[in-house]
Design a protein around this ligand. Sequence first.
Ligand code: ATP
Ligand code: MG
Length: 920
Amino acid sequence: MRLQRGQVAYLCKRGYGYTLLSAGLKPFWHLMNTEKHTPLMQQYHDIRREHPDTLLFFQVGDFYELFFEDAKKASAFLGIALTARGKSGGEPIPLCGVPIHAKEHYLHKLIKGGFRVAICDQQEEPTPGKLVRRAVTQVLTPGTLTDSKLLDEKSASYLFSFYPGEREWTLLFGELLTAQLWATTVPANSERIVESELARFFPDELLIPNIKAAKPFIPFFKKQGYFTTLVDGDIRSDGNATAQEWLQRFPENTQQLIQKHESMRLALYYFYAYIKRTQQTSLDQFNQLFVYKPEDFLVMDAATQRNLELIRNNQNGGYTNTLFAVMDGATTPMGSRMIKKWLQRPLIKKEAIVQRQDAIAAFVCEMPFLQTMQQLLASMGDMERMVGRIALSRAQHHDYTALKKCLEVIPEIRVQLQQYSATALFNVISSHMADFSALSDLLHRALHDEPGGNKLIKAGFDQQLDYMRNLIENSNRSIVELERKEQGETTISSLKIRYNNVHGYYIEITNPNKHLVPERYKRRQTLVGKERYTTPELLSLAHEIERAHAQIEAREKELFDQVKRTVAEQSTPLRKLAHALAHLDAIHGFAKVAYNNGYIRPTFTDTRDITIADGRHPIVEQNAQTGFIPNDTNLNDAQSLWIITGPNMGGKSTYLRQVALLCIMAQCGAFVPAKRAELALLDRVFTRIGAGDNLAAGKSTFLVEMEETASICAHATKKSLVILDEVGRGTSTFDGLAIAHAVIEYLYTHIGARCLFATHYHELTTLPAQYPGIVPFYAASKKTDSGIVFLYKIMQGVADGSFGIEVAKLANLPDEVISKAVEHLKTLTEHEQAYAHHAVPAVPADVSGVAESDCVRRSSQERSRKMDDRLLQENRRLKEKIAALQKQAAIITELQNLSLDELTPKQAFDLLWQWKDHQA
Ligand SMILES: Nc1ncnc2c1ncn2[C@@H]1O[C@H](COP(=O)(O)OP(=O)(O)OP(=O)(O)O)[C@@H](O)[C@H]1O
Ligand SMILES: [Mg+2]
């Protein structure tokens, strides 16, 4: 496996990190002879032994240092210098380090790169001659991060625990910062459902129990690209007893459910065992388990979620050009995450959808309301994660000041929502906003607005603190007075009392005045051109100031801890508040997008009809430079399966996706890009789009295509929408056509799902003659003297060709290739016409009974297609060659323009990566 820069985050989330980890972090320290080490290295080895499979960040002063293999791995991965310190067994000890103030930057890279990191901090102030106490304070793994700088603010970070029982499997998803646990139990051997649910939640880390029955699943998950961790846990030991205790925190009915499902109990047990080791404090936070069934939401298998690019695009796994990017109008990160969750889990109950629609409508119809809410929400920040960190005792002063700002805004939000008390969802949201005025008041009085130094707590909050601060101010004044007094007594007007961290306070005198220094002055330091002194009076004053500082620090900490405890006591209602605000922001985000893009509110009928007037593709319309052409959709009993033909580039695939996306958006409760939409409530959406192989899983393009099609045939129902884009094109024409034909018949006669089928097999357009509900449509285009013009209108009827050569011209295929292609096409067409003279025009319904003359016609078509394929291959080969040459030329130009003197080694290394990636 080769990790590419820029793709690192995506690839590692998709699991390559595990390979890196297991390949890169073989325990080595037990091999070390630790006897001859310095006390520091001895301490390092003792701690190291406790944390195998991690990179140990070992604090030494202002740096985290990494030693031995850790240093080699980290320096290579991070592009930082590898040096050496001291010796071990006669060999220099490899060392690299990162400054503590920049740790987030490096930790982010390492965790996303698939490493686990143990942070070992100094536990006391260093004193000369004594070894500083150190301990591991955090173990960071992809699924247990809580620091906002290490997390993607738009993604919930899930930890997934999987337990494969004999008869049923449990899938458990836990989110540390919101303390939410979701669980579902599926029959054993439901790999497809596992894949779909994983695609929905997209967990950062997968926990696999270290038992025989679970091991075969490791390759299954790794092939899908997830980061996996094997978890040990002896279910007969004490650990199990404490886990049982932990389970008792869930409500009675949940406990009964857990008792009924052994696999659920064990999935929870392994989740508990892992968290206990890495983030123990968070265990207390989990006190609810949402047990759900996959079909409680609109079912979309993993391929459908991928094909429709709901959350991630298929180019680089980013958000650009995805439905999420279009729909994310939220103001806060928690609102964005809620929108993402909604898109991944569309609803199937009309009432719940209508509730969201009502709330969106309230915003869309009242612009001032929407704008006011946007301003109010803007001061919320990421309250959900703030509260999560507070509950986990990982919050810092800025989290509390941010919370203070949020709480100040809540009363105004409630007032705003009260104006819309007829809107059910706003009422629900309001009901989760408890009265936090007392807490808000406490934070307002206690927290210093600009923390720094001894400034955690505001003046006026605590008398004792104020008194000590006054003392400091007075002593500062005393220093100034002493300075003046010494200037007078020595007659040295340039005499200064100064302070530095090493020597504390001192009197500084320049060399020309040295002869005026009185005998009571004690020299501390000689510098170029000046001397530094102290006096007993200055020493005692300095001592007094230092003591006051220490007392202030202790008092501030004490007061701040009190505040923290008071806030933590309210973490449950605060979580509810944050959750309600995330909902509100998601609704507001949907409303903003609807307003800005001119979306309308869809209605849901009790029939299975899908009627859309002037529908638009939400993503393509944003990028369409010359305007997007809207299209209608009328999928009903009279025309339930559309066979859509048309030229390449004609807009078929866009149309297919558009219909699926609109239905999904509508079931999320969102408004849709159309003039009018009356929709059916779907139970599942399936898509089979494009050619995607899965070489890692040992599957060819065609096998993947067939597996996806098989899944559709097996799971689609009458209430499903099925989108099939060029099914069958991945094999020979005969086989492909035969399969496409059979699939259409099966979907129509056995399943009765609403279906859109785009194809270049024009033979399929004769199917409507046999089945009343199958109807031909085509993407309209016009052939003019200057080339083909795409009209992007989906019309009833059959297209008169695919115009492949015209599209090839658009792609700038070399003129020579085009003119040859035109010649070949002419010959082939003449051949075909000659054969067609004898041919039977209709496509037989039964492919096994193909007539002889029909075979002749087909073999002519087959030859024509083969020729097309060869032309296509030639086109592809030439294009690839040109692209490769262009890439090389660009690198050479860049190299020539480089100023090597100005490059740091890190920049040079980065460039090498970049060039290597370009060449890939
Ligand atoms: N309704 C539309 N309005 C404006 N532009 C459109 C529309 N539909 C498609 N397009 C543009 O045409 C491009 C090609 O469309 P699409 O991929 O859907 O064609 P296609 O018919 O599926 O082609 P092929 O048969 O080669 O797969 C799109 O990327 C988009 O830029
Ligand atoms: Mg297409």
